[in-house]
Design a protein around this ligand. Structure first.
Ligand code: CO8
Length: 272
């Protein structure tokens, strides 16, 4: 049951919010299942063209408000796992993050606080990462006696390059700042916390205003291309480009451009 993940729809944008602050939004097997359920639910919303994934906040024991995107996989649950359980957890969490990476619409991670271990891995499965200025990044796994298990040993190097990825993973440092994440290309922008969701929404709406089928095909082509040779990838691009000409939105978008009438109504695609 989806008790700790909330889905909210705002126009053509869905916001998926993780609310499991008794463990700083740490991801247990149940939390991964809830995340999957949330994305399955959004997947059924035909008029959602962009998704924002974010975390929540709580007042801690010292009375201080703390924000977390996801502070990692659930260490309490992992602490007693057998080899078989560990393999299942790794594979299953990878499966969920793969679904997010390949979700038919772009997913923006709005990183509002701790973004550690499995949280950083989750964020890396998203298309675009935005961070608040208080956000903290890291892959602390080797400090717990484990390796990253949800794409960290693979996606991080692809995003920030080998040297930085190896530094982050080998040191287990959990306090890379939003500014450092920006400098290494792990996030696209850093905003004051109070502006993060507005900025994420602006970006999501900007994306959602484009031809949705074309955006989805771009996502697919970029993802496919990142793991294949250039010749095959360009062939794939040629095919999806051709596919666009079967859509109403291509005809509409080009006719709209060619229409010189100054009073024409605002552009609105149909996802057809
Ligand atoms: N797992 C379980 N519980 C957690 C986690 C976590 N990752 N993070 C925080 N909590 C719990 C704390 O134990 C605490 O519980 P309680 O109230 O019962 O004592 C509660 O959340 C609040 O946390 P703190 O009191 O520690 O809050 P602070 O503000 O002092 O500190 C931190 C916040 C810095 C985020 C701190 O909690 C922390 O260091 N957390 C752990 C960070 C970490 O090491 N993450 C990596 C985990 S390993 C991992 O993600 C492996 C990925 C593998 C892939 C997925 C599947 C294979």
């Amino acid at each position: 049951a989806m008790t700790d993940v909330v889905v909210e729809k705002k126009g053509h944008v869905a916001v998926v919010k993780i609310e499991h602050m008794k463990a700083m939004n740490a991801l247990s097997t149940d939390m991964y299942a809830q995340l999957e359920e949330a994305f399955d639910e959004v997947g059924k919303m035909d008029d959602v063209y962009c998704v924002i994934l974010t975390g929540s906040s709580t007042v801690n024991k010292k009375g201080k408000t703390v924000n977390s995107f996801v502070a990692g996989a659930d260490i309490a649950q992992m602490s007693t796992m057998t080899v078989a359980e560990g393999k299942f957890f790794g594979n299953d969490s990878n499966r969920v993050c793969w679904k997010i990476e390949n979700f038919k619409r772009p997913v923006i991670a709005a990183i509002n606080g701790f973004c550690l271990g499995g949280g950083c891995e989750l964020a890396m499965s998203c298309d675009i990462r935005l961070a608040s200025d208080n956000a903290m990044f890291g892959q602390p796994e080797v400090g717990l006696g484990i390796t990253p298990g949800c794409g960290g040993t693979q996606r991080l190097a692809r995003i920030v390059g080998l040297g930085k990825a190896k530094e982050m993973i080998y040191t287990a440092r959990g306090n890379y700042t939003a500014q450092q994440a920006l400098e290494m290309g792990l996030v696209n922008y850093v905003y004051p916390l109070e502006n993060l969701m507005d900025e994420a929404m602006k970006l999501a709406e900007e994306i959602a205003a484009q031809a949705p089928i074309a955006v989805a095909l771009c996502k697919e082509a970029i993802n496919v291309g990142m793991q294949t040779d250039l010749n095959s990838a360009l062939k794939f691009e040629g095919n999806v480009f051709g596919q666009c000409f079967a859509t109403e939105d291509q005809k509409y978008g080009m006719a709209y451009f060619l229409d010189k009438n100054k009073e024409k109504p605002a552009k609105e695609f149909k996802n057809k």
